[in-house]
Design a binder for this molecule. Structure first.
Ligand code: FAD
Length: 468
C-alpha cells in the first residue's frame, strides 16, 4: 500500500520519468507457481489494494496470453497474470530531479566531494571534506549529520566512530541487456529451480535482472562477472524477446545497501526495509541502512522529521505536495503534445527532439531547448545514431553537476542505453564537455580512455543469449 501511494505521488511530482508498463506472469504446467493460486492472489490484491489508477489485475487464459505474448512457448502454457505498473527507464534522473529540487529550495550540493572524517566538537560536528577532482580539503560544521551513503554507510560511519559492527548488508546485483524488446515486462520462472527472473523493455532492448550475492569490497569496484551473467542467461523464458535469436549486449552491476535485522541502537522506519541509527554524543550522527527507490520520499521525510526534532525545529514536510525539479507537468501526454504544437514551426527542431526532452527533463525541457535554439549545431545528435543531442551535454555540465565523461554518458543522458553502451559517442561528448570545462587535448584523451576501460567490463560482445 505504501509503495502504491508513493508511486501515485511520483506520478504527480515527476510523471515524466515514469512509463506505464503491463507486467505478465506466465504459468506453465511444469512450473512451481499454479494458476489457481495466482487467481486468489490477484483477487486479494485488488480487494485490499484498489489500485488508484483504476486498472485491475487480471488472470488471462491460455489464448489471451498467446495473443498478448506470441513469443512465449505454447507447450504447457496455462495462462498468465497481468498487472499494471510503471517503470523508471532512467532511475539516475530521479536522483538529479531531487538534487536540483533541493538546490532550488536552498540546499548546497557538491559533486565529487568525499567526507574524510567527522569529529564531535564543543558546539557541533566538524566535517572534513575532500574535493576529489581538485584535491582541496575543506572543513565545515554541522549541528547534525545524516549519513545516507548507501552501501558505503558503514565505511562512512567508521570515519566518525571506528569499530562498530556492520549495519548494512551490501549485496551485489547484476542486470543484463539483451537484444529484442516486447511491450510488456515479464516475471518468469527459471527452468530447474523455479527462481523468478524479471525482464523489462528498455530503449529497444530487454533488461534482465537481477542477481543477488553478498559483496564485501568497495562498492565502487563491483563489476558483472561471467557467473552473474550466466545465472541471468541460463534457461528461462525471459530471453524470448522476439522471433530471432536473442543476443546479450552488456551487463552492469550495482550494490544494494540492504538493512538486515536492526542492530543495537537501530530503529526500523515505516518502510521496514530501512533502519535508522543514531550515534555520537546526543545521537547527532544519523546513519540510514537500507534503500528502496520506490519509497525514498517517505524515508527521507521520516529522517528529516527526526533531524528537526534533534534541532528543536518545528516544521511540516511538504514533499508530498511539491513537484520535483522538472515535475508538475500535469498529464505528460497533454504537456508533450502542446509543446510539440508550439514548436512545430521552428526550423531544425524535429518532433522527436521535443518528445525526447520532455521524457528526460519534464517541465525543464525548455531550458535545454533554449540552448539548442541559441547555438547552431547543438540540436545535432551527440554522435550518429544516438537519441541525445549536443545541447544536453552542455546542460549536464552547466546545470546537472556533470564533471567526468561517464557522468554524462552513463548518468545524465540516455546515450548508454544503446547497443554499444555509448562507446562511439565517447570522443565527441568528451570534446563538447572539454569546451565547457576547459579541458586540453590530453584531458579529453584521458576521459575517453577511462570511459572505454569502464564499459569494457560491461560489454558482452554479442554473447548468445541461450534460451529455454
Ligand atoms: C541491482 C540493483 C537493483 C535494484 N532494484 C531496485 C528496485 O527494483 N526497486 C527499488 O526500490 N530499489 C532497487 N534498488 C535499490 C536502489 O537502487 C538503491 O537502494 C538506491 O540506489 C540506494 O540509494 P542510496 O542513495 O541510499 O545509495 P547510493 O545510490 O548507493 O548512493 C550513495 C552515494 O554516497 C556516496 N558516498 C559514499 N561514500 C561517501 C563519502 N565518504 N563521502 C561522500 N559521499 C559518499 C557515493 O558516491 C554515492 O553517490 C536496486 C539496487 C541495485 C544495485
Amino acid at each position: 500500500m505504501a509503495c502504491l501511494r508513493e508511486r501515485d505521488l511520483l506520478l504527480e511530482q515527476a510523471g515524466h520519468l515514469l512509463r506505464p508498463l503491463p507486467v505478465l506472469l506466465p504459468i506453465y504446467r511444469s512450473g512451481l507457481r499454479k494458476l489457481w493460486k495466482l487467481r486468489v492472489a490477484m483477487r486479494l490484491y485488488d480487494a485490499i489494494g484498489v489500485d488508484s489508477l483504476g486498472q485491475t489485475h487480471r488472470v488471462l487464459g491460455r489464448r489471451q496470453t498467446q495473443d498478448l505474448a506470441p513469443e512465449l512457448p505454447a507447450e504447457g502454457l496455462e495462462g498468465a497474470g497481468l498487472l499494471h505498473d510503471h517503470l523508471f527507464p532512467m532511475p539516475e534522473r530521479l536522483v538529479f530531479e531531487n538534487l536540483l529540487s533541493a538546490q532550488e529550495h536552498g540546499a548546497r550540493c557538491l559533486n565529487y566531494h568525499e567526507v574524510l572524517g567527522v569529529r564531535a566538537g564543543a558546539d557541533g560536528l566538524d566535517i572534513e571534506v575532500r574535493d576529489v577532482l581538485g584535491g582541496r580539503v575543506l572543513g565545515c560544521r554541522a549541528s547534525m549529520v545524516v549519513n545516507a551513503t548507501g552501501p558505503w554507510a558503514d565505511r562512512t560511519l567508521s570515519r566518525f566512530v571506528p569499530g562498530l559492527p556492520a549495519r548494512v548488508l551490501p549485496t551485489k546485483g547484476v542486470h543484463v541487456a539483451v537484444s529484442g524488446s516486447r511491450n510488456y515486462a515479464l516475471f518468469s520462472e527459471r527452468t530447474g529451480d523455479g527462481q523468478l527472473r524479471f525482464s523489462v523493455p528498455l530503449a529497444g532492448f530487454t533488461l534482465v535482472g537481477a542477481t543477488s550475492s553478498p559483496w564485501e569490497a568497495d562498492p565502487a569496484t563491483a563489476t558483472p562477472e561471467p557467473r552473474d551473467v550466466d545465472a541471468l542467461l541460463d534457461g528461462a523464458l525471459h530471453l524470448r524477446t522476439g522471433p530471432g535469436d536473442t543476443v546479450a549486449l552488456w551487463a552492469y552491476a550495482g550494490v544494494r545497501p540492504l538493512a538486515g535485522q536492526p542492530a543495537a541502537g537501530g530503529r526500523t522506519l515505516l518502510d521496514p526495509h530501512h533502519v535508522l541509527y543514531r550515534d555520537g554524543n546526543g545521537g547527532r550522527f544519523l546513519t540510514l541502512a537500507g534503500g528502496k527507490l520506490t519509497t525514498y520520499r517517505r524515508t527521507a521525510e521520516e529522517i528529516v522529521d527526526e533531524v528537526c526534532l534533534g534541532l528543536g525545529v518545528s516544521t511540516e514536510s511538504r514533499t508530498d505536495r511539491t513537484p520535483l525539479y522538472g515535475g508538475g507537468t500535469g498529464d505528460r501526454t497533454v504537456f508533450r503534445e502542446s509543446l510539440c504544437e508550439c514548436t512545430e514551426r521552428i526550423p531544425n527542431l524535429p518532433r522527436r527532439i521535443v518528445e525526447h526532452l520532455v521524457e528526460l527533463y519534464g517541465r525543464k525541457c525548455c531550458r535545454v531547448l533554449d540552448l539548442a535554439l541559441a547555438n547552431p549545431g547543438w540540436e545535432e545528435p551527440v554522435a550518429p545514431g544516438y537519441r541525445d543531442f549536443r545541447a544536453q551535454i552542455v546542460y549536464a555540465v552547466r546545470t546537472e553537476h556533470a564533471r567526468r565523461l561517464d557522468d554524462v554518458i552513463l548518468r545524465r543522458l540516455s546515450t548508454a542505453l544503446s547497443a554499444d553502451r555509448g562507446t562511439a559517442a565517447a570522443r565527441p561528448v568528451a570534446e563538447a564537455m572539454g569546451a565547457e570545462l576547459g579541458w586540453d587535448a590530453s584531458r579529453v584523451r584521458e576521459e575517453v580512455e577511462r570511459f572505454h576501460d569502464l564499459v569494457a567490463r560491461e560489454i558482452l560482445h554479442g554473447r548468445p543469449g541461450g534460451g529455454p
